[in-house]
Design a protein around this ligand. Structure first.
Ligand code: ATP
Ligand code: ZN
Length: 346
């Protein structure tokens, strides 16, 4: 090999290394798929989950239950869809029209069915790339949409019960959520699970709740042996006006996130979030406090997949080789470790 080609080879290797680093989100994704921990469906952000992945999710979920046991939260579970009418009222489309997912279905007659099958025939007979969505012209909106955040079905539900009790209400929710944000970053999925505690009450009650959960969320992530930081954040509001809304959300310190380096080392990922909605949902659904004033609300959201991915990223793909402390916390003495941690906080 002469010096010129040698140099070229080194330069090429360097470039490859640099691009490997920059594309480290692809790398973690590829490693998880290769190990069978996540199952590639062929669509970005849509994965199957293996038993090992689900086992970690279950243990994490259990730890979150123990962490909130003293809250005496009402457990409510909803399917990953909500009433379209409630969704319309929620104003989600004002802020995140690009993320929403609606559910459509065939509601036609025999002629419509014929047209659908003709269009389908055309599209399946061509290659993946040339497929069209013409058959979907026969689909009509249903009265359901996909849930964008686990807490959304809660507000209309609680509102129907009338005014809150003196000490407000606390709800425990868990659901698959949908957001149309296809990405090769495994931490940015289109369907993922969110566990949340939701607090409804006076401004003081919900602010105390949020502060408590910033501390408890940090405790959990410490027990998981993961590096993190808490930071002020904003939601990805859509459009030209979005920046102004995001700035105002920051100025009012309405959203904090717990960030962990996951797939992109230079850009840590929000794995937990702590949101204060002020009277936004109280006003939309006319949720009243015991004294008749509008209820304020807050929620803490645990990104189940993101936190699980963070564990694989930092402790390795073999759960049996995870640090003993972490293994003991998840599969051993979860209860006493959480009790001790909560004691230290109080
Ligand atoms: P991001 O800013 O990264 O889009 P977010 O802060 O807007 O996320 P929230 O609306 O606060 O997310 O959702 C609550 C939690 O759900 C987040 O803290 C995160 O852990 C998780 N989450 C949000 N979007 C996704 C996604 N696309 N894939 C996986 N988990 C997600
Ligand atoms: Zn929420």
């Amino acid at each position: 090999m002469n010096t010129v080609t040698e140099h070229a080879a080194i330069a090429a290797a360097d470039a490859q290394q640099a691009s490997t680093y920059n594309a480290s989100d692809v790398t973690l994704r590829a490693r998880l798929i290769e190990a069978g921990i996540l199952i590639d469906t062929g669509e970005d952000g849509l994965y199957g989950r293996s038993q090992v992945f689900e086992d970690v999710i279950d243990r994490l979920n259990h730890a979150i239950t123990l962490l909130g046991a003293d809250q005496e939260a009402e457990v409510l579970r909803f399917p990953p869809a909500m009433r379209r009418h409630d969704f319309e009222d929620s104003e989600y489309l004002k802020s995140f029209p690009d993320l929403a997912g609606t559910i459509h279905s065939f509601q036609g007659n025999d002629r419509g069915h014929h047209r659908l099958l003709e269009a389908l025939e055309k599209t399946v007979s061509v290659g993946e790339e040339e497929r069209t969505d013409e058959w979907m012209d026969q689909q009509k909106p249903t009265r359901l949409v996909l849930t964008p955040a686990a807490c959304y079905p809660i507000y209309p539900t609680i509102a129907k019960r009338g005014a809150l009790a003196e000490d407000g209400a606390t709800v425990d929710v868990f659901a698959y959520c949908f957001r149309h944000e296809p990405s090769i970053d495994p931490g940015r999925m289109q369907m993922f699970r969110m566990r949340e505690y939701v607090r409804l009450g006076s401004p003081q009650q919900v602010m105390d709740f949020r502060q408590k959960w910033i501390e408890r969320g940090s405790l959990l992530v410490n027990l998981l042996g993961l590096p993190f930081e808490i930071d002020l954040a904003n939601d990805p509001f859509f459009g030209r006006g979005g920046k102004i809304v995001a700035d105002s959300q920051r100025a009012q310190q309405l959203k904090f996130e717990l960030l962990i380096p996951v797939a992109t080392p230079d850009r840590p990922t929000a794995c937990l979030s702590f949101n204060y909605h002020m009277e936004h949902f109280g006003e939309i659904w006319k949720i009243a406090q015991a004294n008749g004033e509008l209820a304020h609300t807050a929620c803490v959201g645990f990104g189940m997949e993101r936190t699980t991915l963070a564990l694989f990223r930092h402790h390795g793909l073999d759960v049996k080789a995870w640090p003993a402390e972490v293994r003991d916390f998840l599969w051993g003495d979860t209860h006493s470790r959480i009790s001790a941690g909560l004691e230290a906080l109080s």
